[in-house]
Design a protein around this ligand. Structure first.
Ligand SMILES: Cc1cc2nc3c(=O)[nH]c(=O)nc-3n(C[C@H](O)[C@H](O)[C@H](O)COP(=O)(O)O)c2cc1C
Ligand code: SF4
Ligand code: SF4
Length: 449
């Protein structure tokens, strides 16, 4: 049976699921409830300089039937008194000694950093997370993402913290930067024990088109906020991979951004995260989602033969390479399973107007099942992605599986196109109709029967 116990940079927790620093970790009441439900750790809502919050403060991207596909906030760090938070950390640790409680911190001066690190340690925190990510409000005061975007400053503050810290220090990185490995390296150079990523992405989620003001609205005005939830997962996964693959960083990574299910967690771990943190999914569905997450992760690990989390961390990294190292000889084409097809013809429209005119229709009005014109299909996947029936369109391998040639190898062999009209350019299968064929209702290749 899989063991979910984790030791993240020296911080032990019964499972790799932590609550991210956010409203679900605002109080001891919530964190005790979360631990009781099954969460392994919690990063306390950021403690630090005194703030005043606004009302309202959240916005959402609802995509079709899915509410909060993306979520945005203009909230600041905790607005509760520091003494209350520290007392509650102590109470949580007394009641749950084996769970991980991490104090997220954000202050300004070296003296303030020294003091708050000591306070967090004295309260019994198992670790410290430095919030260098908040993309609104705090950055205007020289904190949050203003630090995360300046590797030199980030390194200096990490050094201040390391001067006094005796418990593991995690640096939480901002995604609002072109190359996340630069602050990750700075964190390493400053002496941090781990990194966590991502914090929220600067965003505007929508505009009230009657009153001409973006959401969320504060007395008729708004400001840019931080984006999170399922929509940001692809960005977070890519950044996790970038940090994990960087030979200079090599720190444990806590993966954050759009984690909602055990599968999301597995994806982060396969790309190098040793644990995950969750915010939006808990704000949406509550602490109870942990039950399914733990069970799903255990089942997956048992199925794959992973006894511990460490065994799966980074398993997908060797398969992520630069584009120039991909095999140009690999060739797939779409294949339609006629038995599954419901005749919606979405694949036809997508390929005809949005891809490579490689799907045809029957001229028999009673036959709505499209067919693939193999010689035109470049194997882009689009039709299989738009098809609403699971596994109705699959991609079938067509090359003889004996050849392997990359762009890098072609470059080395002087076998790459060098002029705009070079015949060496182009993919393996490029066929385009004549422009005037656009006005024909039926072209020979697109209709049969
Ligand atoms: C309302 C709200 C408040 C947040 N407050 C903090 C905070 O105080 N400190 C912090 O480090 N991150 C804060 N975050 C960011 C989350 O910890 C997390 O990095 C981000 O939401 C991405 O994870 P998710 O997609 O699971 O929500 C906040 C996020 C939200 C939605
Ligand atoms: S999208 Fe799928 S179900 Fe619809 S016509 Fe194409 S193959 Fe059939
Ligand atoms: S894989 Fe791309 S090119 Fe081939 S049929 Fe589908 S959409 Fe068209």
């Amino acid at each position: 049976m899989a063991n979910l116990f984790t030791n993240f940079a020296g911080i032990k927790s019964p499972n790799p699921f932590w609550l991210a620093s956010a409203p679900p970790t605002n109080s001891g009441y919530q964190i005790m409830k979360a631990f009781d439900t099954g969460w392994g750790g919690a990063v306390w809502k950021t403690l630090g300089v005194p703030v005043v919050n606004v009302s309202s403060r959240y916005g959402s991207v609802n995509y079709r039937d899915t509410r909060m596909m993306g979520f945005n906030n203009i909230e600041l760090i905790t607005d509760r008194p520091l003494a209350d938070n520290l007392r509650e950390i102590e109470e949580v640790k007394k009641r749950f000694p084996d769970h991980a409680v991490i104090a997220s911190l954000m202050v300004e001066s070296r003296a303030e950093w020294h003091q708050i690190v000591k306070d967090a340690e004295n309260a019994g925190s198992d670790g410290i997370e430095l919030n260098f990510g908040c993309p609104h409000g705090m950055c205007e005061r020289g904190m949050g993402s203003a630090v995360g975007q300046e590797p030199k400053i980030l390194k200096m503050i990490v050094e201040w913290v390391m001067e006094v810290a005796t418990i593991p220090v995690i640096v939480k990185l901002t995604p609002n930067i072109s190359d996340i490995t630069r602050p990750a390296l700075a964190a390493k150079e400053g002496g941090a024990n781990a990194v966590s990523l991502i914090n929220t992405i600067q965003s505007i989620v929508g505009v009230d088109i009657d009153n001409f003001v973006p959401y969320p609205i504060v007395d008729g005005k708004s400001t840019n906020g931080g984006y999170c939830g399922p929509a940001v997962k692809p960005i977070a996964l890519n950044m996790t991979k970038n940090v994990a693959q960087h030979p200079g960083v090599q720190l444990p990574i806590s993966g954050i951004g759009g984690v909602e299910t055990w599968r999301d967690a597995v994806e982060f771990m396969l790309l190098g995260a040793s644990n995950v943190q969750v915010c939006t999914a808990v704000m949406h569905y509550g602490f109870g989602i942990i039950r399914e997450m733990k069970r799903g992760l255990e089942d997956y690990m048992d199925q794959k033969g992973f006894a511990t989390i460490d065994e799966m961390v980074g398993k997908a990294l060797p398969n992520v390479m630069h584009w120039e190292d991909l095999n140009l000889k690999y060739k797939v084409v779409a294949d339609i399973n006629e038995d599954k097809c419901i005749g919606c013809q979405l694949c036809y429209t997508a390929c005809e107007d949005g891809a490579h005119q490689a799907i045809g229709l029957s001229s028999d009005p009673l036959n709505r099942t499209p067919f693939i014109i193999e010689e035109n299909c470049v194997g882009c996947n689009l039709c299989s992605l738009v098809c609403p029936v699971e596994n109705c369109i699959t991609m079938k391998r067509k090359d003889d599986q004996t050849q392997h040639l990359t762009w890098k190898e072609r470059t080395a062999a002087n076998n790459v196109p060098t002029t705009f009209n070079d015949p060496l350019a182009g993919g393996l299968h490029h066929w385009v109709p004549e422009p005037m064929d656009a006005f024909k209702t039926k072209t020979p290749k697109h209709y049969k029967g």
